[in-house]
Design a protein around this ligand. Structure first.
Ligand code: TRP
Length: 347
C-alpha cells in the first residue's frame, strides 16, 4: 500500500522522576537528530502519568522538569512542536473513540500492563489498562507515521497499528463517502532505537537504567553534579577481570559491556576502538575517563536545565505555544473523525 501520508514523527515521555543518561542516549539523541529531517512532535505525556497515583504538586513540577530537560538536551521549539498532552483535549477525545474500536482481547495481551498491575489487578486504575489506547490516540490524532520508541514500547505500537487498521476498515464506507480517501489513518512505524544505546543500570548490567529503580546509584540523572557523576561511576558494579581488548571478550560481562557502550555513545567512538585504548587495563583508569566524558557531555545540559527551571514561566510559555500548534493539527483531524463516526459537529 502506498501511503498518502506525509512523514511525521511523534514521541513522548512521561513526567515522572528525573530524566537520566539512559533517556538521553537511548531516546533524546535520536529525537534531536530527527528534527532536521522530519516534522517532529514531542510530547510530555502527563495523562499517561496519572494512570498511577501522582502527587499533584510533584506532577506539576515534573511536567516543568521534563520539558526543561527536553529543551536543555536540544529539542528546539522553533523546529519541532513541544507540548504537554493534557493541553490538547483531542488526545483524550480520540482515545474514547478508540476505546470503542480496540478489543478487550487485544488489551489483555499487553505485557506491560501485566507487569505494572502485578498481583493487584483488580485494584489498578482502568486508565492503566486503557493506557495503550491513549497512546494510539496520541500518535494518530496527528496522523504521525514514525514513532521513535524503546523496544519496551513495541507491543504498544503494534496495537496502535491494529487500531488504525480496524478504524480504517470499520468505517471504510463512511471514510470514502466523506471524501477522505481510502485510508484515514496511517499505520505508524516504530523506529526502534539501536542496541548500542541501550543503557543499563550501573548496579546490574542486565536491567535497564530506570527512573523507578530505588537506588539512585543505578543511574546518572541529567541534573547530577560532576561530583555525583564521578562517584556513581566509581561505584558502578564491575567484575574483577581487566577490560578485554576485543569486543567478543565482553560476552557474558554485562556490566563491562554497559560501561564500554556508554563511553562509546558519549564520545562517538565505536566499541572496538574504545577497547583498543582501554583493553587490558584496570577498570579504575577507564572509569576516570568515563566520568570525564559523562561530565563533559552532561554539564552543559544540566546548566541549561537549571536556567530553564529558574524561569518556570518561560517553560510554561513554550508548552502553551506548542499546545496551540499541536491543537491546530489535531482539531481538524478530530472533526473529520466525528464526521466519519456519525457524531454531529458543534457549530
Ligand atoms: N508509553 C510511552 C513510554 O512509556 C510514552 C508514550 C505515550 C508514547 N504516548 C506515546 C511514546 C506516543 C510514543 C508515542 O515510554
Amino acid at each position: 500500500m502506498t501511503t498518502p501520508f506525509a512523514p511525521r514523527v511523534f514521541s513522548g515521555m512521561q513526567p515522572t522522576g528525573n530524566l537520566h543518561l539512559g533517556n538521553y542516549l537511548g531516546a533524546m539523541v535520536n529525537w534531536i537528530a530527527m528534527q532536521s529531517t522530519h516534522q517532529c512532535i514531542y510530547c510530555v505525556v502527563d495523562l499517561h502519568a496519572i494512570t498511577v497515583a501522582q502527587d499533584p504538586v510533584a506532577l506539576r513540577r515534573a511536567i516543568i522538569e521534563v520539558t526543561a530537560a527536553y529543551l536543555a538536551c536540544g529539542l528546539d521549539p522553533k523546529q519541532s512542536i513541544i507540548f504537554n498532552q493534557s493541553q490538547v483535549a483531542e488526545h483524550a477525545e480520540l482515545a474514547w473513540i478508540f476505546n470503542c474500536v480496540a478489543r478487550l482481547g487485544w488489551l489483555n495481551r499487553m505485557t506491560q500492563f501485566k507487569e505494572k498491575a502485578g498481583k493487584d489487578r483488580e485494584n489498578v486504575a482502568v486508565g492503566l489498562y486503557a493506557y495503550p489506547v491513549l497512546m494510539a490516540a496520541d500518535i494518530l490524532v496527528y496522523k504521525a507515521t514514525h514513532v521513535p520508541v524503546g523496544d519496551d514500547q513495541k507491543q504498544h505500537l503494534e496495537l496502535s497499528r491494529d487500531i488504525a487498521q480496524k478504524f480504517n476498515m470499520d468505517f471504510a464506507g463512511s471514510i470514502a463517502s466523506h471524501g477522505f480517501g481510502e485510508v484515514f489513518f496511517p499505520l505508524p512505524e516504530p523506529m526502534i532505537t539501536g542496541p548500542a544505546t541501550r543503557v543499563m543500570s550501573l548496579r546490574d548490567g542486565t536491567k535497564k537504567m530506570s527512573k523507578s529503580d530505588v537506588s539512585d546509584y543505578s543511574r546518572i540523572n541529567l541534573t547530577d553534579s560532576p561530583e555525583a557523576i564521578a562517584q556513581k561511576i566509581r561505584k558502578a558494579k564491575t567484575d574483577p577481570e581487566p577490560l578485554p581488548s576485543e569486543e567478543k571478550g565482553l560476552a557474558g560481562r554485562a556490566e563491562a559491556e554497559n560501561l564500554v557502550g556508554i563511553y562509546a555513545a558519549l564520545t562517538g567512538a565505536d566499541v572496538s576502538s574504545v577497547l583498543g585504548e582501554f583493553g587490558g587495563g584496570q577498570f579504575s583508569r577507564f572509569k576516570t575517563a568515563l566520568a570525564d566524558a559523562a561530565v563533559a557531555r552532561l554539564s552543559p545540559i544540566s546548566a541549561d536545565m537549571r536556567r530553564w527551571l529558574d524561569d518556570e514561566g518561560a517553560v510554561e510559555a513554550v508548552l502553551a505555544e506548542g499546545s496551540a500548534r499541536a491543537r491546530a493539527i489535531a482539531a481538524p483531524v478530530m472533526r473529520e473523525v466525528r464526521d466519519i463516526v456519525g457524531l454531529l459537529r458543534s457549530r
